[in-house]
Write a protein that binds this ligand. Structure first.
Ligand code: AMP
Length: 131
């Protein structure tokens, strides 16, 4: 009897896939759909997660359409540092004394929107390890 095929794991689009630029976050960046914005500058946008996992749950996204963290290169080093500083700024702005940043990279890690984003989560005690 043949061994059953393992369930298919959804593939993330590659950086060269034009569809990678057309995620829901791309649509937010282009102003095609609204968001609850908390911060914006020339390199990134931060807005509240539509399905918050804590009293404060903000997403920080680069304007550049980087698909996921492992597709960022040396040329993005400054931008990645900037995203972290913006995450800390947003946490201060939200009055958080402690917070967690999360980047899910790839479907196996729970990434569901294939435009790089940092989660900024806080406002309640956060357990470790994460699920
Ligand atoms: P991840 O699972 O790491 O890819 O995170 C994607 C996040 O985007 C999830 O927490 C979703 O709740 C959130 N999300 C999806 N669509 C929207 C939207 N239109 N506005 C705000 N957050 C969204």
């Amino acid at each position: 009897m043949a061994t059953p095929e393992p369930p298919a794991v959804p593939d993330a689009p590659s950086a060269s896939d034009p569809a990678a630029n057309d995620t829901i976050f791309g649509r937010i960046l282009r102003g095609e759909i609204p968001c609850d914005q908390v911060y914006a500058d020339e390199r990134c946008l931060a807005f509240r997660d539509v399905a918050p996992q804590a009293p404060v749950h903000v997403l920080v996204i680069p304007r550049a359409p980087i698909v996921r963290l492992d597709q960022a290169g040396e040329e993005h080093a400054g931008l990645l540092g900037h995203l972290l500083l913006v995450a800390a700024r947003v946490a201060r702005q939200e009055g958080l004394t402690g917070f967690r940043t999360v980047i899910n990279s790839g479907a196996e890690a729970g990434q569901s929107v294939f435009h790089l984003h940092l989660h900024v989560i806080g406002g309640r005690p956060l357990a470790w390890p994460p699920g």
